[in-house]
Write a protein that binds this ligand. Structure first.
Ligand code: AMP
Length: 230
C-alpha cells in the first residue's frame, strides 16, 4: 500500500499538502469507519456531524434536546443548525485537512458548504461515495457497536474489538446506537434516498466524486478507498 506521504505527493485526486474530503453514502455504508481510518492515516480531522450530535444529546444541552427530537425519528436535523455548526468548525480549524462524515446530507447543505469553503478560499479535494446494497447496510447497522466516548465503530462479526465491549482506541464502552434498529433503518434509508442521494450528481458534475463499492469487509473497504483517493 502507498504511504500517506507518497499519496499526498502523487497529486491527481489528493493534492499536495492539505486534504479536504467528504464521505457520502447511505446509513451503515461505512462512512464512519472509512473516514476514521483515512483521517488517521492522512493525519487530518475526522468530523462526524452525527457523532457531535450524539455528544450534545448525551451532555443534555439545549441544542442536544432539539436534535434528539429529529434523530429519534430518523429525520435529519435542520440544515441551518448543521451548517452553523460546520461554519463554526471551519472558523476554528478550516486551514487544516478534514474528512467530513455525514455532512453535507442535503443539497442545500452541499451548496452552503461550497460557499463556506469559497469564502475562506478553500475547496474540496474529493468526495468519496460509499455505495452499499440495502442488505449489506442492514447487516452493518444491526451488528454495529459504537464507542460512547470517541465514537469509533465496531461490529459484532466484521470488526470485533480486541476486548469484548471495550473500544480499542480509548477503552470507552461500546454501545448500540438507538437509531440502529431495523425500523429506524427503514426511515433513514428513505431519508437518504429522498434528501441525500441528489448530492451524488452534485459532486459528480465538478469531477469530485469517487465511487467505492462498500459491499465488503471494513478492511477491504478502507483499502479500496485508499487506493481510489491516492
Ligand atoms: P450518522 O451518525 O451520520 O448516521 O447521523 C445520525 C443522525 O444524525 C442522522 O440520522 C441525522 O438525524 C443526524 N445528522 C447527522 N448529520 C446530519 C446532517 N449533515 N444533516 C442533518 N442531520 C444530520
Amino acid at each position: 500500500m502507498t504511504s500517506p506521504r507518497k499519496a499526498v505527493k502523487t497529486a491527481g485526486r489528493i493534492r499536495a499538502g492539505v486534504q479536504r474530503l467528504v464521505f457520502l453514502g447511505p446509513p451503515g455504508s461505512g462512512k464512519g469507519t472509512a473516514a476514521s481510518w483515512i483521517s488517521r492515516r492522512l493525519k487530518i480531522s475526522h468530523v462526524s456531524t452525527g457523532e457531535i450530535f450524539r455528544h450534545e444529546i448525551a451532555s443534555l444541552t439545549r441544542t442536544g434536546k432539539l436534535m434528539q427530537r429529529f434523530m429519534a425519528r430518523g429525520q435529519l436535523v435542520p440544515d441551518d443548525v448543521v451548517t452553523k455548526m460546520v461554519d463554526r468548525w471551519l472558523g476554528r480549524h478550516g486551514i487544516a485537512g478534514f474528512a467530513f462524515d455525514g455532512f453535507p446530507r442535503t443539497l442545500p447543505q452541499g451548496r452552503l458548504f461550497r460557499d463556506l469553503l469559497r469564502q475562506r478560499g478553500l475547496a474540496l479535494d474529493a468526495v468519496v461515495y460509499l455505495n452499499a446494497s440495502r442488505s449489506v447496510v442492514e447487516e452493518h447497522v444491526l451488528g454495529r457497536r459504537v464507542c460512547e466516548d470517541c465514537g469509533e465503530n465496531f461490529h459484532l462479526q466484521n470488526r470485533q474489538p480486541r476486548r469484548k465491549g471495550i473500544c480499542d482506541l480509548c477503552d470507552g464502552r461500546l454501545v448500540r446506537r438507538p437509531d440502529d434498529s431495523l425500523k429506524m433503518l427503514q426511515r433513514r434509508w428513505a431519508v437518504f434516498e429522498e434528501q441525500t442521494a441528489g448530492l451524488v450528481d452534485f459532486y459528480r458534475e465538478p469531477g469530485l466524486l469517487i465511487e467505492v463499492d462498500s459491499n465488503c469487509t471494513p478492511e477491504r473497504m478502507c483499502r479500496r478507498v485508499w487506493e481510489a483517493i491516492t
